[in-house]
Ligand binder design. Structure first.
Ligand code: ADP
Ligand code: MG
Length: 406
């Protein structure tokens, strides 16, 4: 099933309400640290403008909790957007209301109107139909390009679709295409890499990967709980004692499903996160009592690289160590380089792991770096994402991304 996109409808002379993800990181002075998210939405915005549409953009920024927060206005975003796209950007000071209606009514083809942070309005997260209707009344077409918000059912990405024809923008299409390719009949062998700090965050993803992966490579804090489940002493390592049973269950399931579940065979340990000088490599069963495991070890990197080399499809979520500290980023970097060197179709998703791979300098050689954190995880869990479910397929029916993984 193919999703209907902006290319499948006529946009000339139309007012388009486009939900984008401009939730950019800001520093203490309210300046934008990284504009990747704004850049990611440009292909859709430029296309709509070039085809003669006037574009009303809506996005959230941070967590203002339904109230005006002066620090979270979209003013710096409007400025950066102006610089990047070269078009006229009119910035509204409100989410909806008479000012917005007036600005939208006067908007000309080729112009952009950026609404104020939609999460200033309490109806946004509540998916209030009145607010959704107010958005819809500004426009004739709804375009969704905010993949990063697709796992949430809010007024500007889900509610509005009840009142307007709804199609995907190019970023949304790219994410859905790439992520679907990793889940629907992926080319085998499929190697899944899962790291990050906690099992609790990743349990559903692990369970779904077990249904179609040939091998699962585990690292990060999460792997510590698995190693404990095998009976190893883990010293001061971060682990979740109440998830040891869950880890055992996953290991048993892997055996039943014939999935090669690879745990670290060695680890980089140190006294704490700041003890870079004390970093040393020890076998997985020999973590000293006063040390913590902060990265996968050297042998593990080689074992993982072998699996990765043989893979035709790679899905990766979560860094394999405390990548924020150089001495403990080496496992994640080595694995990122192995993925980059191989010829598998590779998708990496998750806020931290994407940052780690960018840090490793190999992002260009990855087939797809997902822009979604929570949304990507839920997609890989096999869930239907509400922000995708409201879009249409090319035949005009309801697009569904529910995945049958057998
Ligand atoms: P993602 O955002 O890619 O989904 P997570 O948010 O699940 O990843 O996990 C990232 C965090 O896990 C990072 O802050 C990293 O420092 C932490 N982490 C990874 N390995 C370890 C470890 N061995 N001990 C403690 N924390 C770890
Ligand atoms: Mg994270």
């Amino acid at each position: 099933m193919l999703i209907k996109t902006v290319k499948d409808v006529s946009v000339k002379g139309k007012k388009v309400f486009a939900r984008v993800d401009f939730n950019v990181p800001l520093n203490e002075n309210g300046e934008i640290i990284a504009d990747v998210k704004i850049k990611a939405a440009l292909p859709t915005i430029r296309y709509l403008l070039a085809e003669g549409a006037s574009v009303i953009l809506a996005s959230h920024l941070g967590r203002p909790k339904g109230k005006i927060d002066e620090k979270l206005r979209l003013t710096p975003v409007a400025e950066r957007l102006r610089e990047l796209c070269g078009a006229e950007v009119i910035k509204a000071d409100e989410v909806v209301g008479p000012q917005v209606e007036q600005l939208a009514a006067n908007l000309q083809p080729g112009q952009i109107l950026l609404l104020e942070n939609v999460r200033f309005h309490p109806g946004e997260k509540a998916n209030d139909p009145q607010l959704a209707k107010a958005y819809a009344q500004l426009a004739e077409l709804f375009v969704s390009d905010a993949f990063g918000t697709a796992h949430r059912a809010h007024a500007s990405n889900v509610g509005v679709a009840a009142f307007l024809p709804a199609v995907a923008g190019f970023l949304m299409e790219k994410e859905i295409t790439a992520l679907s390719r990793s889940l629907h009949n992926p080319q085998k062998p499929v190697v899944a890499i899962v790291g990050g700090s906690k099992i609790t965050d990743k349990i559903n993803v692990l369970n779904n990967f077990l249904t179609f992966a040939d091998a699962i490579l585990l690292g990060g804090g999460m792997a510590n709980t698995f190693l404990r489940a095998k009976g190893y002493k883990m010293g001061k390592s971060l682990l979740e004692p109440d998830q040891v049973g869950q880890a055992k269950e996953i290991m048993e399931k892997a055996q039943v499903c014939g999935v090669n579940l690879c745990l670290p065979v060695d680890l980089t340990v140190a006294t704490d996160l700041h003890d870079e000088k004390g970093a040393e490599n020890v076998p997985a069963g020999a973590v000293p009592q006063d040390k913590m495991a902060l990265d996968i070890g050297e042998k593990t990197r080689a074992v993982f690289a072998e699996q990765i080399k043989a893979a035709k499809t790679i899905v990766w979520n979560g860094p394999l160590g405390v990548f924020e500290v150089s001495a403990f980023a080496q496992g994640t970097i080595a694995v990122a380089k192995a993925v980059a060197a191989g010829d598998a179709f590779s998708i990496i998703g998750g806020g931290d792991v994407v940052a780690a791979v960018e840090q490793a300098g190999v992002s260009e050689q990855i087939s797809h770096l997902s822009t979604g954190g929570g949304a990507t995880l839920e997609f890989w869990e096999g869930k239907e994402l509400p922000g995708i479910a409201v879009l249409q397929d090319k035949q005009g029916g309801k697009y569904a991304n529910t995945i049958d993984c057998g």
